[in-house]
Design a protein around this ligand. Sequence first.
Ligand SMILES: [Mn+2]
Length: 438
Amino acid sequence: MLMKFLPLLVAGVACARLHSNPSSPNLIYSDMKAESDENSEPTLEEMWGGYWPFQGINTFAHLEDHKCLIDKDTNYDLAVIGVPFDTATSYRPGARFGPRAIRAASQRQTSLRGYNQRAGINPYTSWAKVIDCGDIPVTPMDNALAFKQMSKAFEELLHRRNGTSSGKAANDIITPPRYVALGGDHSVLLPHIRALHKIYGKLNILHFDAHLDTWAPDKYPSFWHSDQSELNHGSMLWKAHEEGLTTTHNVHAGLRTKLSGLEDYEDDDNQSFTRIMADDIWIDGVKSVIDKILKVIPANTPTYLSIDIDVLDPAFGSGTGTQEPGGWLPRELLHVLRSIDSLSIVGADIVEVSPAFDNAEITATNGAQVAFEILTSMVKKGPLGELVVDRLPKPVVEIFHADADKTEIDFAIEEKLKELQIMKEKVMKEIESMRNQV
Ligand SMILES: [Mn+2]
């Protein structure tokens, strides 16, 4: 009997040793040997439980998948979440297919061979529970509704959940989970940081991109205007600044965009960004880039990391909406990311991967590697509960219902008053500049 099964068993063992399905118990050779003696046949799990990297239904890095927006009882520390939204793009659309492309390109990552030697850890088997939360089902038909959906989804995910008990911070605050969002066009940053701001307060923004994305919406060429037209994939940082979500410690890295004029830099300065140009990395060296980032952004304050894949040269990132020649090499981006792992990254995104324009999965593979490095750094840094400013050390359900006596109308009024305040500040600025002209 054993002889009959041996070839199959050996094949199954090799398969399971290399790449077991993480949603089932990880099988290793010694466990299986103990279970399979001469009198027993291999279990179905032993025979069929292991996938090679190119097999199985794609989750990010073969992680366990959960419908996190529906499964409210699932706690975890880090999650990948897809945001397949691209109707705020100004040029080539297609980034709605980014999450599935990055997931497909991530298949050679498994928990069994996930040890990241630069960090000295395997992010998938360390203290943190890491899962794939699936996608936010965003409408492609109505951007106002889509932003509402994305904001609501991130709030649900961040405010109604805890990390695992292993993620408990020293001061007894239970740490909310952290997300690496797979875009989607770049505008998905805004709902993400709106939700994070409610937990951590103002955020430093570390932004890798060919473009500034601090453009006022009126820098886009349209006579026509609506509130919704202000939400595009090049104005979300401007909008975030207007809403008071960002600190004065922000960095762009990899810039090489064409400008409307030097006044773009004035706007950018007003939003407190330090600019690192794409060329700086070969003129001044990669160390100068790393040093500059670490000098501007304080390590122990909440930082949001946003990576537009177009920071890479089109040779390595053709699969994107607005490519700009003269970009970074993947090794440069990865090295910089690895070297800033002392920062407190409370959330991150990888955006603008648009597989219809990709060649041989190059862009998506770079995106998947970037996600791996971010997850590694988040795990290496450990839980960030000490940075939480707006969650009290008591069960989250109670915290979330701290406003329980407020009605929907109260919330709507608060929202309107906020809008009024923003509008007032805008008008005051206009008046000020009219006065200056007189
Ligand atoms: Mn860009």
